[in-house]
Design a protein around this ligand. Structure first.
Ligand SMILES: *Cc1c(COP(=O)(O)O)cnc(C)c1O
Length: 379
């Protein structure tokens, strides 16, 4: 129950164990078509080029930056946590001149503050993180995509932690690139990056002055394999079994229904928060900006945060995450992602956390915490 990987369900594990076929086998090509169609549904990206890149979520970020940026371009990157930092680094490596739009860790990106920078700089690209896993903050991409488009920019939205947990609406936002990862709310093993590119973004790739400086993730090459046009020629050997797992995870999500899955994440979040607060703990993020699937709990004074995590792992086999960067030592990061967003997980986590705190002479509040969570779970 950290920031990913989340639990992988038995049906996805079983799918991963199916016999490996060739990456040009007609049966496998049919599966690829189903994955593309399912990705367009879950990312709400009709008319976009949708495919899973053969590497973890970071590959989605890398593909976005490397395909859309060239030396001499300007990119505005919103930085309100660790993953915004990573995007800014990548955009600079793509040769772009990077303007960082800084926002305090623990708060969302504020479009009103961003607008003057976009008007002045008129960048080629604007990038932001929808669900900042380092802080537990959700930013609404819609107003930022609107402002970016008005300034003539393409938009990149990191949806690694949001997809499957909260609504991702690529077309509704007007985002040009949306990417995700498999090991967060999709609950498949790490190793693939669902990726969607708008027609506008594809045009920008075709209009490049120079070749993409990354062969594996060059969209014009990868599309010849995944796009179906051009006879599906060999580009790389697709990670066949990982794709079986992603396919099954997408089927499971669509069977549950996107809205139902999002409501489940929200209910589990509300139960966990009620329990944590009943135990006298506080959250980092203001209620209206909280991410249901990643809860950042402040470490109380006098408590050794690493000992709490070690106790939970040793006694309960349960892993939660630590803080990163400026939040190191100050917060715990508790994931309620995909198959790990169940009442059982909420109860286990509160039990383990309260026990670990009591072991450090923090008042034992497990009964109050569980009762508060139960009231939300049965409500
Ligand atoms: C986890 C994460 C990534 C990176 O994904 P990997 O699969 O670890 O490469 C990128 N952005 C966000 C917001 C994430 O939470």
């Amino acid at each position: 129950m950290g920031p990913g990987p989340s639990d992988v369900s038995p049906r996805v594990l079983a799918a991963l164990a199916r016999p490996t076929v060739g990456h040009l086998d007609p049966a496998f090509q049919a599966l690829m078509e189903e994955i593309k169609a399912a990705l367009a549904l879950v990312m709400k990206a009709p008319g976009y080029a949708c495919l899973p890149l053969p590497a973890p979520g970071t590959a989605g970020m890398e593909a976005a930056m490397m395909n859309l940026l060239e030396p001499g371009d300007t990119a505005v990157i919103a930085v309100n946590g660790q993953f915004g930092e990573r995007m800014a680094d990548m955009a600079a490596r793509a040769g772009a001149s990077v303007e960082r739009f800084e926002q305090a860790w623990g708060t969302p990106v504020d479009p009103a503050r961003l607008e003057p920078m976009l008007k002045e700089r008129r960048p080629k690209l604007v990038a932001l993180v929808h669900a900042e896993t380092s802080t537990g903050v959700l930013t609404d991409p819609k107003p930022i995509c609107d402002l970016a488009r008005a300034a003539g920019a393409l938009t990149v939205v990191d949806c690694v932690t949001s997809l499957g947990g909260v609504d991702v609406d690529a077309a509704g936002w007007g985002a040009d690139v949306v990417y995700s990862g498999t090991q967060k709310c999709l609950s498949a093993p790490p190793g693939l990056a669902p990726f969607a590119m708008s027609p506008r973004a594809l045009e920008a790739v075709s209009a490049r002055r120079e070749k993409v400086r990354n062969w594996l993730l060059d969209m014009s090459l990868i599309m010849a394999y995944w796009g179906g046009q051009g006879g599906r020629t060999y580009h790389h050997t697709a990670p066949i079994n990982a794709l079986y797992g992603l396919h099954e995870a997408l089927v499971a999500l669509l069977e549950e229904g996107l809205d139902v899955a999002h409501a489940r994440h929200r209910r589990m979040h509300e139960a966990l928060v009620a329990g944590v607060e009943a135990a006298g703990l506080k959250l980092l993020v203001a209620p209206e900006h909280r991410l249901p699937e990643l809860n950042t709990v402040l470490v109380p004074d006098g408590v050794d945060e690493a000992k709490v995590r070690a106790h939970m792992l040793a006694r309960y086999d349960l892993e939660i995450g630590a803080g990163l960067g400026p939040l190191k030592g100050r917060i715990w990061r508790i994931g309620l992602m995909g198959a790990s967003a169940t009442p059982w997980h909420v109860r286990l986590c509160l039990t383990a956390l309260c026990d670990a705190l009591a072991a450090q002479n923090y008042p034992d509040a497990s009964r109050q915490a569980l009762a508060a969570a139960e009231a939300k779970l049965s409500g």
